[in-house]
Ligand binder design. Structure first.
Ligand code: FE2
Ligand code: FE2
Length: 192
């Protein structure tokens, strides 16, 4: 399936707003790939599809992960929104014909990140946060600048803001992987 066909399918699966966000992440992922020397086409595809499973109801997310044998952690059970990442990686292959492992892992880890991410994983993680359709977030100008000049710093910065927001929010379900990713990228940035 080419990206044109992917966009057509995706538009039917997402809300208007989520579809616009996906186009924003597609383009920004492509730009970041150009700057950082990653495969531009892979970045565009991963960015476009990263939220392809986002607009399912929470109980559907759980049911479909169970149906397809995708493991669900306790935190994910309590906060099924997190599941759209691994379910999205699964649908990228099954529904959009994406065979590429790099693309699928960039989709799978776009929400929490993980320690020692690949360049493509970092690109989609960062593009998801900085794309232009996002409503203004704290320190966004600085994070956008870092995204193009020092991508590891922008990963750490995004997680710091996300974890602050999660901790002060009502849900209290800080994903352990986000914390591990944050610690990893903070220690990287403090080494020099
Ligand atoms: Fe997402
Ligand atoms: Fe997203």
């Amino acid at each position: 399936m080419n990206r044109f066909e992917m966009r057509e399918r995706l538009e039917n699966k997402l809300t208007k707003k989520r579809f616009e966000h996906s186009l924003g992440v597609e383009y920004v992922s492509g730009c970041l790939a150009m700057v950082h020397g990653a495969d531009v086409n892979k970045a565009l595809t991963a960015g476009l599809l990263h939220d392809c499973a986002k607009c399912l109801p929470a109980d559907e997310k759980i049911a479909r992960c169970q149906k397809h044998g995708l493991p669900i952690s306790q935190v994910e059970f309590a906060n099924p929104e997190l599941l759209h990442a691994k379910l999205g990686a699964y649908y990228a292959r099954e529904k959009y014909g994406v065979d590429d492992e790099d693309i699928r892992s960039a989709i799978e880890f776009h929400t929490t990140g993980r320690p020692a991410m690949s360049l493509l994983e970092k690109i989609v993680f960062v593009a998801d946060y900085i794309e232009p359709n996002r409503k203004p977030l704290p320190e966004i100008d600085e994070i956008r600048n870092e995204a193009f000049s020092d991508i590891d710093a922008s990963v750490a910065h995004i997680l710091k803001n996300t974890l602050t927001y999660l901790d002060s929010g009502s849900c209290g379900d800080t994903d352990e992987m986000s914390v591990r990713t944050y610690k990893y990228y903070t220690s990287l940035n403090s080494e020099d």
